[in-house]
Design a binder for this molecule. Structure first.
Ligand code: F6P
Length: 365
């Protein structure tokens, strides 16, 4: 066994789920048990389990056979925040700070440190908890791939593969019916999924939040495709894309969520606007949560495993207040403060956008 001052840790998966979470849980539990003899307690449903004291010990048997399974065996939540817990009194909902209660629950279970597997919302909360004295190690996850402190997060590659498959399938039916197919993809305020699935799936137009579009130019790109004898088109739209001078479209607001805004609706709007301007019939597909489900790709299984192993190394060597990350092919780490400071968005001048333009993709700008 290797040395570790820490003997017992808690782990939770917070925020929207994604393929690969179980791979991290498996790697953390197995490395803790086999390499260091550290006990691991699994906290149910993200921070909800920490606030309401729902935890159970995880053995290596509990995590055996889960690497290829989507979702998270612990459950997750993108609502529960110990610093802002909704409390209903007399028909009114107010928010209370129950972070002291959450920390006390961790202490009662003898947890010396918390491993938080989450996106920017969950990692922000982790950072606040660490400032209140609960040592934390972060592991980044999100299908949106929008954390600036790491080159890539697990979950993204799996979502990308699902989204590319959808674009491929839309191509064949678009071709048969000579239609315009609009595919709306997730990603929140970053266009990574739409950009990369749009490119990999041969989308004719890609609309992303970082490049505001002009619907007339989108229509013109489709028309020109028609002049070249191509009588169908696939338009890939990020849920956060917006026309020049316009706002992102909001599908709903969830008051008790870390980020209340849920985007959606732009795909349908684009389809209707194009149908009005062109001779072609249009259909919209909103891929939605299919992008978050299913088995992780080999890439995500590997990244999840490497992140989990590194997280335990940070725990055992006393490097708290850090989040594991990958730069190039090297697994390293950054401070939690650096981890949550900036979102990673698509640079409109980047090589990847230029490559898309070079092969004739329109961004509608
Ligand atoms: O952050 C992950 C994500 O899937 C976003 O791409 C999307 O905007 C959001 O979560 C959807 O959240 P919910 O699961 O609450 O609908």
């Amino acid at each position: 066994m290797k040395d570790s001052k820490i003997r017992r840790i808690g782990i939770l998966t917070g925020g929207g789920d994604c393929p690969g979470l179980n791979g991290v849980l498996r790697a953390v539990v197995k490395t803790c048990r086999f390499e260091y003899g550290i006990d691991v307690v699994g906290i149910q449903d993200g921070y909800g389990g920490l606030i309401n004291d729902r935890m159970r010990t995880l053995t290596s048997d509990d995590v055996s056979g889960i690497l290829a399974r989507g979702g998270t065996i612990l459950g997750s939540s993108n609502k529960d925040n110990p610093f802002r817990v909704p409390v209903s009194e007399g028909g009114e909902t107010t928010f209370r700070d129950l972070s002291d209660q959450a920390i006390k629950n961790a202490q009662r279970h003898g947890l010396e440190l918390l491993v938080v597997v989450g996106g920017d919302g969950s990692l922000n909360i982790a950072y606040e908890l660490s400032k209140k004295g609960l040592p934390v190690v972060g592991v980044p996850k999100t299908i949106d791939n929008d954390l600036d402190a790491t080159d890539v997060t697990f979950g993204f590659d799996s979502a990308l593969s699902t989204a590319t498959d959808a674009a491929d399938k839309l191509h064949t039916t678009a071709d048969s019916h000579h239609r315009l197919m609009v595919l709306e993809l997730m990603g929140r305020y970053a266009g990574w999924i739409a950009l990369e699935a749009g490119m990999a799936g041969g989308g004719d137009v890609i609309l992303i939040p970082e490049i505001p579009f002009d619907i007339e130019k989108v229509a013109q790109a489709v028309r020109e495709r028609g002049y070249r004898g191509r009588n169908f088109a696939v338009v890939v739209v990020a849920e956060g894309a917006a026309p020049k001078g316009g706002e992102m479209m909001v599908d709903r607001r969830i008051a008790d969520s870390t980020d209340a805004v849920r985007l959606g609706g732009i795909g349908r709007w684009v389809a209707e606007e194009l149908e009005r301007r062109l001779e072609w019939e249009a259909r919209t597909t909103v891929l939605g949560h299919l992008q978050r489900g299913g088995s992780p790709t080999a890439f995500d299984r590997l990244l999840a495993t490497r992140f989990g192993v590194e997280a335990v190394r940070l725990v055992a060597t006393g490097q708290h207040g850090r989040m594991v990350s990958i730069h190039g092919t090297t697994i390293d780490s950054v401070t939690l403060e650096e981890a949550v400071v900036r979102l990673r968005r698509v640079d409109p001048e980047s090589q990847i956008v230029q490559a898309a333009r070079a092969v004739g993709t329109s961004f509608g700008d």
